[in-house]
Ligand binder design. Structure first.
Ligand SMILES: Cc1ncc(C[n+]2csc(CCOP(=O)(O)OP(=O)(O)O)c2C)c(N)n1
Ligand SMILES: [Mg+2]
Length: 552
């Protein structure tokens, strides 16, 4: 009779559940799982830190619709991987963290890297469990997969003790599990759909907010049909960007603050009224705003602002329902309204305000001048990763997205460190698309050693570092007295391009704006990984903000 061990059964179960990618770092006791994953046809990417592995796994989950796996060693490996679990929970992205654990018969004895792993993972997971018998591995992998993608997507954790990984069972004794189908698409009641459209029709200044929940449910066709049919202006959340082309004439991206402040009815599609949306509260929102909210999670409805209509279910299904119901109505939002005019006027004023910075050719560059060349250089189908403070926030406004699921950034949790994990994940999922990361000089430091990973797998990632010598606005040259280095300061002009060269990729260093485009083009022409280090003026900032730094 044939026997199978825990490692192979784990790999087979993941493969059966459509888990196609695993990111990890091997060591005790998980090495056999990585080897089995490769043998079973799962793409295994060896990373340099478990944080990046767990960030990469969730990006795969978001991009492909099936969870990515992160494989980590016991104790400190699991602790590092928790960063990804927390981020995945906040972003509502699916992943499975698989933590090795010391052998069960050593529990409590002070085993090598022994830790209470299920307990520490649980607060950051939808489902966390230890596997207690080899034959039940398919059961737990099915459950971890299902929890990660059904309902609000998120993170799951499986604890794999050494004796379970190495343990064997007769194949005929394995408890096989069904393959998890794609998530069921729940719909709303027809009466609620009609009520939502009644609220919309009564609006004077309507606005649609498109969040990344729509990208997760692959609702881009339905959302486009809805917006074009109703002619209502829309605003994308940071990672909802691209579901509607940023260059669409109904986009209010360039007049965000005004649109949020003045809208009297908001159709909130797969976005939360959390800090990114200023909680939906004054002074950033109209105090009498009426909300129609579409969300997959019932408990998200009415968070911070009571929703007049709550539509709970799948984004694609519900927006499709609304489109169907619109067929029976004549209404659309007229072109000639003061609302459209005010948004256009505000957009033009904002564009005028930043134009001098875009045109400023002085050395070293300011952010807007750098993004002028970066945006012109970006291929239309690029996956763009943004990370940093100013670098990310200004980049979001200056780098357009044209498709769903092509922008990844620090997200709902505001996490620095996602950069290289997300970049590597995008490159392996989309070998047909250019993957471009634009990172602050602080941000790149959190995951910079993964540049070696990108070089090792020869992934064609292009990294641009906007180097202003610090966190959210540098301070220029460091003082001679090194004891008094300001907390925000980093080495201005540090040669991150040389890190790339050290591992065999192509590095470029740019100080003069006249050389930026040429360096970007050369980086793109080179088939493998490349990094363009762009010296920015440490004094460079954002356009004057009406509201504060973090929340604008
Ligand atoms: C894990 C984590 N640690 C620290 C922070 C605080 N933080 C916010 S933005 C940022 C870095 C911003 O600097 P940089 O990446 O150089 O971009 P810049 O604004 O200078 O363009 C840091 C450290 C964070 N958001 N996440
Ligand atoms: Mg910086």
């Amino acid at each position: 009779m044939a026997k199978v061990n825990g490692a192979t059964l784990m790999a087979r179960s993941l493969k059966q559940q459509g888990v196609g990618y695993m990111f990890g770092i091997v060591g005790f006791p998980v090495q056999p799982i990585a080897a089995a994953a490769q043998a079973e046809g799962i793409r295994y990417i060896g990373m340099r830190n478990e944080q990046s592995a767990s960030y990469a796994a969730q990006a795969v989950g978001y991009l492909t619709g099936r969870p990515g796996a992160a494989l980590v060693v016991s104790g400190p490996g699991v602790v590092h991987g928790l960063a990804g679990l927390a981020n995945a929970q906040q972003n509502c992205w699916p992943m499975i963290l698989i933590g090795g654990a010391s052998a069960t018969h050593q529990n409590g004895m002070g085993a090598f890297q022994e830790e209470r792993q299920v307990q520490i993972a649980s607060p950051f997971c939808k489902f966390a469990h230890a596997v207690e018998h080899v034959r039940r591995i398919p059961f737990y992998v099915e459950m971890a997969t299902r929890y990660s993608i059904y309902g609000r997507p998120g993170a799951t954790y499986l604890d794999m003790p050494d004796d379970i990984i190495l343990g064997e069972v007769e194949e005929e004794n394995v408890h096989h599990a069904a393959t998890v189908a794609d998530p069921p698409r729940m719909q709303a009641l027809d009466a609620d759909i009609e009520q939502a459209l009644n609220v919309l029709e009564s609006a004077e200044r309507p606005l649609v907010i498109v969040g990344k929940g729509m990208a997760w449910s692959r609702a881009e066709d339905e959302v486009r049909a809805f917006i074009e049919r109703t002619q209502v202006p829309f605003l994308a959340s940071p990672m909802g960007k691209g579901i509607m082309d940023d260059s669409h004439p109904l986009s209010v991206g360039a007049a965000r603050s005004h649109a949020l402040q003045e809208a009297d009815v908001i159709i909130l599609l797969g976005a939360r009224l959390n800090w990114i949306m200023h909680f939906g509260l004054p002074p950033r929102f109209n105090k009498n705003v009426r909300i129609v909210q579409v969300d997959i999670a019932p408990e998200a409805i009415s968070q911070n602002v009571p929703a007049e209509v709550g539509l709970v279910g799948d984004g694609k299904a519900i927006v499709g329902q609304m489109n169907k119901a619109l067929a029976g109505r004549q209404w659309f939002y007229p072109k000639d309204t003061p609302w459209h005019a005010a948004i256009a006027e505000k957009s033009a004023a904002n564009a005028k305000q930043i134009q001098p910075m875009i045109d400023d050719n002085s050395s070293p560059l300011n952010y807007y001048r750098a993004f002028k060349d970066i945006s012109a250089w970006l291929p239309k189908n690029a996956v763009i990763i943004g990370e940093g403070a100013n670098t990310m926030d200004i980049g979001r406004t200056q780098m357009p997205n044209h498709e769903a699921r092509v922008r990844l950034d620090a997200g709902s949790y505001g996490t620095m460190g996602i950069g290289m994990g997300f970049t590597i994940a995008a490159a392996v999922v989309h070998p047909d698309r250019p993957t471009i990361s634009v990172s602050g000089d602080s941000a790149i430091g959190f995951s910079g050693m993964e540049i070696e990973t990108a070089c090792r797998y020869n992934l064609p990632v292009k990294i641009v570092v906007l180097n202003n010598g610090g966190i959210g606005g540098g301070i220029g040259h460091l003082p001679d007295d090194k004891t008094g280095i300001p907390p925000r300061a980093l080495i201005w002009g540090a040669r991150y391009d040389k890190m790339m060269e050290a591992f065999g990729g192509n590095g470029f260093h740019v100080e003069d704006p006249a050389h930026l485009r040429g360096a970007l083009d050369e980086a793109m022409a080179h088939p493998g990984p490349a990094l363009v280090n762009v010296l920015l003026n440490p004094e460079a900032g954002r356009k004057p903000q009406k509201f504060g730094w973090h929340t604008s």
